[in-house]
Ligand binder design. Structure first.
Ligand code: THU
Length: 126
Protein backbone atom coordinates (compact mmCIF):
# COMPACT_ATOMS: atom_id res chain seq x y z
CA UNK A 1 0.00 0.00 0.00
CA UNK A 2 1.38 3.38 -1.00
CA UNK A 3 1.89 6.22 1.44
CA UNK A 4 -0.63 8.40 -0.40
CA UNK A 5 -3.30 5.72 0.08
CA UNK A 6 -2.44 5.36 3.74
CA UNK A 7 -2.72 9.14 4.17
CA UNK A 8 -6.18 9.00 2.62
CA UNK A 9 -7.31 6.42 5.18
CA UNK A 10 -5.63 8.40 7.98
CA UNK A 11 -7.60 11.51 6.98
CA UNK A 12 -10.86 9.56 7.01
CA UNK A 13 -10.44 8.10 10.49
CA UNK A 14 -9.10 11.36 11.92
CA UNK A 15 -12.71 12.42 12.50
CA UNK A 16 -12.78 9.91 15.35
CA UNK A 17 -9.82 11.41 17.16
CA UNK A 18 -10.86 12.42 20.67
CA UNK A 19 -8.55 15.26 21.61
CA UNK A 20 -10.60 17.95 23.40
CA UNK A 21 -7.75 18.77 25.81
CA UNK A 22 -4.73 19.14 23.55
CA UNK A 23 -6.61 19.76 20.30
CA UNK A 24 -3.74 17.84 18.71
CA UNK A 25 -5.50 15.28 16.54
CA UNK A 26 -3.61 12.21 15.39
CA UNK A 27 -4.48 9.10 13.40
CA UNK A 28 -2.46 6.02 12.54
CA UNK A 29 -2.70 3.37 9.84
CA UNK A 30 -0.94 0.05 10.40
CA UNK A 31 -0.44 -2.03 7.26
CA UNK A 32 1.06 -5.36 6.23
CA UNK A 33 0.44 -9.04 5.54
CA UNK A 34 -2.18 -9.16 8.30
CA UNK A 35 -4.20 -6.32 6.80
CA UNK A 36 -4.97 -2.78 7.82
CA UNK A 37 -5.76 -1.42 11.26
CA UNK A 38 -6.39 2.18 12.21
CA UNK A 39 -6.16 4.16 15.41
CA UNK A 40 -6.74 7.68 16.70
CA UNK A 41 -5.64 9.39 19.88
CA UNK A 42 -8.11 9.05 22.73
CA UNK A 43 -7.66 11.61 25.50
CA UNK A 44 -9.07 11.72 29.02
CA UNK A 45 -9.93 14.42 31.56
CA UNK A 46 -7.29 12.71 33.68
CA UNK A 47 -4.66 13.65 31.11
CA UNK A 48 -2.20 10.87 31.83
CA UNK A 49 -4.71 8.25 30.72
CA UNK A 50 -4.51 9.47 27.14
CA UNK A 51 -3.59 6.82 24.57
CA UNK A 52 -1.79 7.72 21.35
CA UNK A 53 -3.12 6.82 17.92
CA UNK A 54 -0.25 4.42 17.19
CA UNK A 55 -0.85 2.39 20.32
CA UNK A 56 -4.58 2.15 19.62
CA UNK A 57 -3.86 0.74 16.14
CA UNK A 58 -1.26 -1.73 17.42
CA UNK A 59 -3.46 -2.93 20.29
CA UNK A 60 -6.47 -3.32 18.01
CA UNK A 61 -4.41 -5.55 15.72
CA UNK A 62 -2.69 -7.59 18.42
CA UNK A 63 -5.97 -8.09 20.27
CA UNK A 64 -7.37 -9.65 17.12
CA UNK A 65 -4.45 -12.00 16.77
CA UNK A 66 -2.68 -10.02 14.03
CA UNK A 67 1.00 -9.19 14.34
CA UNK A 68 2.44 -9.31 10.83
CA UNK A 69 2.87 -5.75 9.64
CA UNK A 70 5.43 -3.88 7.60
CA UNK A 71 4.70 -0.25 8.40
CA UNK A 72 2.67 2.36 10.20
CA UNK A 73 1.73 5.84 9.04
CA UNK A 74 1.13 8.48 11.71
CA UNK A 75 -0.73 11.56 10.54
CA UNK A 76 -1.72 14.90 11.99
CA UNK A 77 -3.42 17.67 9.99
CA UNK A 78 -1.81 21.04 9.42
CA UNK A 79 1.57 22.08 8.11
CA UNK A 80 3.61 22.55 11.26
CA UNK A 81 4.17 19.63 13.59
CA UNK A 82 5.08 16.15 12.46
CA UNK A 83 3.70 13.47 14.80
CA UNK A 84 6.89 11.67 15.77
CA UNK A 85 5.87 8.69 17.95
CA UNK A 86 6.47 9.17 21.66
CA UNK A 87 8.87 6.92 23.55
CA UNK A 88 6.10 4.73 24.93
CA UNK A 89 4.72 4.03 21.45
CA UNK A 90 8.20 3.22 20.15
CA UNK A 91 8.63 0.65 22.91
CA UNK A 92 5.19 -0.84 22.21
CA UNK A 93 5.99 -1.15 18.49
CA UNK A 94 9.35 -2.74 19.35
CA UNK A 95 7.50 -5.42 21.31
CA UNK A 96 5.80 -6.67 18.16
CA UNK A 97 7.74 -5.46 15.13
CA UNK A 98 11.34 -5.79 14.01
CA UNK A 99 13.96 -3.15 13.48
CA UNK A 100 13.12 -2.91 9.75
CA UNK A 101 9.47 -2.06 10.43
CA UNK A 102 8.86 1.35 8.87
CA UNK A 103 7.39 4.37 10.59
CA UNK A 104 6.12 7.15 8.34
CA UNK A 105 5.16 10.48 9.89
CA UNK A 106 3.14 12.92 7.82
CA UNK A 107 1.17 16.14 7.95
CA UNK A 108 -0.29 18.25 5.15
CA UNK A 109 3.03 19.58 3.95
CA UNK A 110 5.65 16.90 4.47
CA UNK A 111 6.42 13.32 5.35
CA UNK A 112 9.43 11.56 6.79
CA UNK A 113 10.22 7.87 6.99
CA UNK A 114 12.27 5.93 9.53
CA UNK A 115 12.88 2.36 10.55
CA UNK A 116 11.88 1.35 14.05
CA UNK A 117 15.54 0.51 14.64
CA UNK A 118 16.44 4.13 13.94
CA UNK A 119 13.73 5.46 16.24
CA UNK A 120 14.46 3.11 19.12
CA UNK A 121 17.89 1.52 19.08
CA UNK A 122 18.74 -0.79 21.98
CA UNK A 123 15.08 -1.35 22.81
CA UNK A 124 14.22 -3.34 25.90
CA UNK A 125 13.30 -6.95 25.18
CA UNK A 126 12.74 -9.99 27.37
N1 THU B 1 -0.12 11.78 20.17
C1 THU B 1 -0.37 10.70 19.38
O1 THU B 1 -1.49 10.20 19.32
N2 THU B 1 0.66 10.21 18.64
C2 THU B 1 1.88 10.81 18.52
O2 THU B 1 2.71 10.35 17.76
C3 THU B 1 2.18 12.02 19.31
C4 THU B 1 1.17 12.37 20.34
C5 THU B 1 -1.27 12.38 20.88
C6 THU B 1 -1.33 12.19 22.35
C7 THU B 1 -2.18 13.37 22.78
O3 THU B 1 -3.55 13.04 22.63
C8 THU B 1 -1.85 14.45 21.77
O4 THU B 1 -1.22 13.79 20.69
C9 THU B 1 -0.96 15.54 22.30
O5 THU B 1 0.16 15.02 22.89
Amino acid sequence: MKTVEMVKVAKEVLRNAYAPYSNFRVSAVLFGEDGLFTGVNVENASYGLTVCAERVAVFKAVSEGKRKFEKILVYTPGRENLPYPCGACRQVMAEFFGEDFRVIVANDSEEEQFTLGELLPFNFKR
